[in-house]
Design a protein around this ligand. Structure first.
Ligand code: DQA
Length: 143
């Protein structure tokens, strides 16, 4: 079993960007937490981060080669991109959308997600734990 974990724009700035919202830990810390969680679950992981919408679409298409599921935090593209949910639908792999923060308690323009309709679940407001819940959601879906 292999999952592709995608983080969108500015997620490479974790630890620096708005720590009052996103915390002090880095993207590398996040990856280490997910690796540790998956170590005894028989799940292999591939991590991808990009600030470019097209690169994220390419990564989703590539997932068809050898990934069983996708965990995606599309970051700001959540609220603007049609291409990303289209790509998720195109490959037909189960995908779970994750957000560190609770979008419903932030600016009104963050309340709508274009991505969520292509995903089997959306998890938000749980920080790094949201990604771990997403792993379990995918494992459950792929049983
Ligand atoms: C985010 C929420 C988005 O609205 C924002 O643009 C991000 C991060 C989150 O993880 O809480 O970059 O996806």
């Amino acid at each position: 079993m292999k999952f592709l974990i995608i983080n969108g724009p500015n997620m490479n700035m974790l630890g620096v960007r708005e720590p009052e919202i996103y915390g002090h830990k880095t993207l590398k810390d996040l990856e280490a937490v997910i690796w540790a969680y998956c170590s005894d679950k028989g799940v292999d992981l591939e991590f991808f981060q990009s600030n470019s919408e097209g690169a994220i679409v390419d990564a989703i298409q590539e997932a068809l080669k050898d990934d069983d599921g996708i965990i995606i935090n599309p970051a700001a593209y959540t609220h603007t991109s049609i291409a990303i949910p289209d790509a998720i639908k195109a490959v037909g792999l189960p995908a779970v959308e994750v957000h560190l923060s609770d979008l419903n308690s932030r600016e009104s323009y963050r309340k709508h997600s274009f991505t969520s309709e292509a995903c089997i679940a959306t998890i938000m407001g749980k920080g790094f734990d949201g990604y771990l819940e997403a792993v379990d959601t995918l494992l459950q879906a792929l049983k």
